[in-house]
Design a protein around this ligand. Structure first.
Ligand code: SF4
Length: 459
């Protein structure tokens, strides 16, 4: 969501006459788009603001803005904590940036704009934004959240749930495809409840409409809430060929007692039922999840249930975090906090267990041929594990199941033009690692459609 918002902020600055730079020292204006979901993210933002404050002592004309969830949460307090900051703007103030920044430029005043509407106006127009990735783009389909999980600040800093009209979403994706984008990720805090409040179409219907956009190759979406994740969306993996075989379904804990304290509104049994239905409908599906360890009151027995759930489900990947108190989230007032040492211990146990499972799952792919959507030349171009001439490009892309595959394009009989960002390349998986796969392209004839599966690829 923040990447998406940053694109909108960048587009607004370009309209105001600014140019992007990768060199902080020469910037006239810096916006820090913050996240407050965990204490660590907030600490990082303030540490970066400290660096900017030092820079401003050498360059007094520098304008420093703070946006995003920390800005929404802390408001004026940021101006007191970091006196060098000129602008604090909340999650619903991005649309007003084009008015706020000229005021600061002209009057050198300091502004705080953190108004949060109960029913936010989602601009009807397709948002103007700069996109770094030419192949894959995020598209926000809704904002805010009504779920109030007890550890989470999102409903407090992003407001109540509101969905965009499907026609606007389809138009935005159509425009992205025209500009060369091949894959979209539909974004929302709880995409499964898309449109319900407003009486718009269901999320499954939206997927059906996105699936029919010509030129789009792949559809992903995040995040799904298990309580709202219905059979219609589960069936979409089978029905719509562009919907990728990957679901991120946060479970957070394997203990019903903790799930209840988290206000997640589902049980371990219900979550397991959803996983079974998913795998029955789509045997290739990759499942990833989130886990919070050390939630207040989490006993050894509760934690053992989480480990047992991870073992039972065998996720393809897991994002595990230690619980941290967040301002405004009810759990900060819960008793029986877990010590930092114990939280770290539990985190290590989850990570160690999952690493084995991930390696095993990746290993099982060795020998298979996967359709890879090429994203570009790998950042590790020159540090490839195989010693190849540096003139040989190391490319990177993803399987429909969202696994990263790196490969060299080595066959001198094939033209370099056969591989480019946005191309689907059939790749035989040669080696598996903890976080990626290594492959070799097999046959590079042009392909036209059916790009989720393998059957339409020429060998
Ligand atoms: S569903 Fe829960 S965890 Fe997710 S954004 Fe909403 S309140 Fe936060």
């Amino acid at each position: 969501m923040n990447v998406y918002d940053s694109g909108k902020i960048a587009a607004c600055l370009v309209r105001l006459g600014y140019q992007q730079t990768g060199m902080l020292e020469i910037a006239d204006l810096v916006i820090v788009n913050t996240c407050t979901i965990r204490a660590k993210a907030e600490q990082k933002a303030f540490s970066f603001l400290g660096r900017l404050a030092r820079l401003k002592t050498k360059k007094p004309g520098l304008i420093i803005g703070v946006g995003g969830c920390v800005a929404q949460q802390e408001g004026e307090k940021i101006l007191r904590r970091v006196p060098q900051v000129d602008l604090v703007f909340g999650t619903q103030a991005i649309e007003r940036l084009s008015l706020l920044i000229p005021k600061i430029e002209d009057k050198r005043c300091r502004i705080v704009d953190v108004g949060l509407m109960e029913k936010p106006d989602l601009p009807d127009a397709v948002p103007d934004r700069l996109i770094d990735d030419p192949v894959s783009a995020f598209v926000t389909i809704m904002r805010g959240c009504d779920n109030f999980c007890t550890y989470c600040v999102v409903p407090h800093v992003r407001g109540r749930e509101a969905s965009r009209h499907p026609d606007r979403i389809i138009k935005e994706i159509g425009d992205l495809v025209q500009s060369g984008v091949k894959e979209v990720t539909l974004l929302g805090q709880n995409v499964n409840s898309y449109g319900k409040k407003e009486g718009l179409c269901s999320f499954a219907n939206l997927l059906s409409r996105v699936n029919s956009i010509d030129g789009l190759l792949r559809i992903r979406f995040t995040t799904s809430h298990p309580k709202d994740f219905g059979s219609d969306v589960i069936n979409a993996f089978k029905t719509y060929e562009k919907v990728c075989d990957h679901i991120h379904l946060p479970v957070q804990s394997g203990s019903d007692r903790i799930l209840d304290r988290m206000n997640r509104k589902y049980t371990r049994a219900l979550y397991l039922d959803k996983i079974s239905e998913l795998r029955d409908n789509c045997s290739a599906i990759a499942i990833t999840s989130d886990i919070i360890v050390g939630f207040p009151g989490e006993t050894e027995a509760d934690f053992a249930e989480t480990l047992d759930l991870i073992n039972t489900i065998q996720f393809d990947g897991l994002f595990a975090f230690v619980y941290s108190d967040r301002p405004n989230a009810p759990a900060m007032h819960f008793k029986n906090k877990i010590s930092e040492d114990e939280k770290r211990k539990r985190l290590q146990a989850v990570l160690a267990l999952q690493e084995n499972v991930t390696r095993m799952k990746n290993q099982a792919l060795v020998g298979s041929v996967q359709p890879i959507l090429v994203e570009g030349v790998s950042k590790k171009q020159s540090s490839g594990r195989f010693k190849r001439p540096l003139t040989t490009a190391q490319w990177t892309g993803r399987t429909p199941t969202n696994k990263i595959v790196n490969f060299y394009h080595t066959d001198s009989r094939q033209r370099r033009a056969d591989i480019f960002p946005g191309k689907i390349v059939r790749t035989r998986i040669e080696e598996a690692y903890a976080h990626s796969l290594w492959g070799e392209p097999v046959g590079l004839k042009s392909t036209t459609g059916g790009l989720k599966g393998e059957e339409s690829y020429a060998a």
